[in-house]
Write a protein that binds this ligand. Structure first.
Ligand code: FAD
Length: 386
């Protein structure tokens, strides 16, 4: 409602440059117009809004981070995407933070010249294929997909699971183990290559707009020129996961802001016992707790963004951010869902979608438990999981 304080209670947005603030307002306006009115429909129909790609590309936020914007800007933009629709934020993060940024950081000049411009403008889309049917949390140890060198080519065999954007993307950053040396290899894979199949995973209760795929590779032949030469161990994969984990922290922020937005509006509008819900002390306490969770998450992420600007962030910090914000998110969205009463379980309304989407966010990009154990290892010096 007009006159009420913003959900960004500590004014984190004021840390942006004026150019970034204007851009963020443009992103917000785009999302309010093009996404919010349609997101529940896409979600219910498990339909990806391909027509949004052009306009989203024109916003100019999918170029590699270092080209002009701070990490705080990029994080707040992801949070705004998630506030409008966590599925859209997830699509974007996979495409941008895992594919475009990897290409920018690890690609050769030739690979960048061939793929980067179109991907940054969203004329083409990318995905990141790491998880396998038998190896999720332990994929670093157990990866079974193999790459066998054959002259100037590699022959890929194996299966991947849960690959977001996998049903329609033009390229995948695909991870495989060198059949000869066991080193980890990364490839840019054209999804039209013979031997590549992707099957959509159906019946999800969360992020239903994201198109996740089961992928099968049968003797897929890739040129040596499409291998990332700078990747030869899981430590390189982890460098990428460190920044994408941070981005998932921002998705957790956006989800909480969305839950707070919807819950506060509902509490002001809905009357019971002749008074607005917002006039009851218990409801005010719940709104304060939701806002506290969102604000703590946002402040943590803002500080991490400033470490990133100086190149000083590390994996335990990223893991803490992901684990903490996703746990707070789960609490916040559950309170918001309850505050809507019966209307909080309807999938054609915003809140039920926010509530359900939280479950996937809690699990992907390293589960809550695995990220907690990464922090646990850092603070004790003892690895509890490997
Ligand atoms: P498991 O690893 O089988 O874990 C099951 C449970 O056991 C979890 O609670 C976990 O925390 C717990 N557990 C496992 N090991 C331990 C341990 N040592 N100690 C304590 N607890 C443990 N992957 C990609 O590569 N690309 C993508 O684009 C992608 N997108 C995704 C999108 C969605 C919507 C989802 C749901 C997943 C996506 N994933 C993607 C995969 C995701 O990263 C995995 O689901 C995640 O890593 C967990 O793996 P798993 O599902 O196999 O669960």
């Amino acid at each position: 409602a007009p006159g009420l304080p913003a959900a960004d209670f500590l004014a984190v947005e004021s840390l942006l440059s004026s150019r970034e603030r204007l851009k963020l307002a443009e992103v917000r306006e785009f999302l309010e117009r093009e996404v919010l009115p349609h997101a529940a429909g896409w979600w219910n129909r498990e339909e990806f809004p391909h027509r949004l790609l052009g306009p989203l590309g024109e916003l100019g936020i999918s170029t590699p981070t270092r080209h002009g914007y701070s990490h705080l800007f990029h994080g707040l933009a992801i949070a705004e995407l998630a506030r409008a629709d966590a599925s859209l934020a997830t699509f974007f993060m996979i495409h941008h933070d895992l594919f475009v940024e990897s290409l920018h950081d690890f690609g050769t000049d030739r690979q960048r010249a061939l793929y980067l411009e179109d991907a940054a403008a969203l004329r083409t889309t990318g995905a990141f294929a790491l998880t396998e049917p038998e190896h999720g949390s332990d994929v670093a140890r157990g990866m079974e997909t193999t790459a066998r060198r054959d002259g100037g080519e590699w022959v890929l065999n194996g299966r991947k699971r849960w690959i977001g954007n996998g049903t329609f993307c033009d390229h995948l950053l695909l991870w495989a183990r060198d059949a000869e040396t066991s080193a980890v290899r990364g490839f840019i894979l054209d999804t039209t290559l013979p031997g590549f199949t992707a099957t959509r995973i159906e019946n999800k209760i969360a992020l239903r707009t994201v198109q996740n795929a089961d992928i099968e590779l049968r003797d897929v032949r890739v040129s040596e020129l499409d291998r990332f030469p700078g990747i030869d161990s899981f430590a390189d994969t982890n460098r990428l996961l460190r920044s994408s984990r941070i981005m998932v922290g921002w998705v957790g922020v956006g989800q909480q802001l969305a839950a707070f937005d919807v819950a506060r509006a509902h509490a002001l509008e809905r009357k019971q016992f002749g008074r607005p819900l917002a006039s009851f002390q218990l409801v005010q306490q719940q709104l304060a707790q939701m806002l506290g969770n969102a604000t703590a998450s946002l402040a943590l992420m803002a500080q991490l963004a400033s470490l990133q600007d100086g190149g000083r962030e590390d994996m335990p910090q990223a893991a803490l951010a992901k684990a903490f914000t996703s746990a707070r998110m789960r609490e916040t969205v559950a309170m918001g869902r309850a505050m809507l009463g019966g209307n909080g379980i309807l999938t054609d309304r915003r809140m039920a979608k926010i509530f359900a989407d939280a479950e996937a966010i809690y699990t992907y990009e390293g589960t809550y438990e695995i990220n907690s154990l990464i922090v646990g290892r850092a603070v004790t010096g003892i690895s509890a999981f490997s």
